[in-house]
Design a protein around this ligand. Sequence first.
Ligand code: ZN
Length: 197
Amino acid sequence: MKLIETFESLITNEKYNELNKIIKEKYPKYYSAELMEDLFNWIEGADIKSISFESLVAAAGIAHYDRLILNKKILNNNFCYFLYVLLHETSHYYQFKKHGMEIEMDAFNSDDVIEIADKILNIEITADRLAIRKFGMFVKKYDLQCDLPKSSYTKIKNSENSYKHFLNYIQQVMIMIKEKDIKSNKDLVDAIYNMVK
Ligand SMILES: [Zn+2]
């Protein structure tokens, strides 16, 4: 169990120093030390090694094994969307803690694209559920002017067209796993990272 840390001690940590600065600068209306303390403590509990802002083409964020990667472009969106992405990616680390790092790699242990897609969608929908619950707590506690986000992965599941696109993506990943002989989540996430950056 991790003890709750104060805002002052958290921002001496490099991991939160930059994130704190970015939120303060980009979203001053939403910024408060209390919210940051709460947010960073939740991130701290997920055992994330570091957080980095990078340019990605096809993803808002990635739960990479050695760092949580956020797409710089999400900073062009409002705070509510930014918070949702941050909470969604953080939720993946809570899943890793609970089910192990190989949770995604295990899902690909099949030749059936539908089966794999459903498992990956379940992982994503579970991350969304946790993220949206946390989001709701922040909205209530800090009176944030944000609508509760809707799970984008639930939307994918319920839309024929989006689901087809998702199957296509899963197929691409399956081919990549075969071609590169990927065996671990570490290599899988690296390959996906190279695919979306
Ligand atoms: Zn995700």
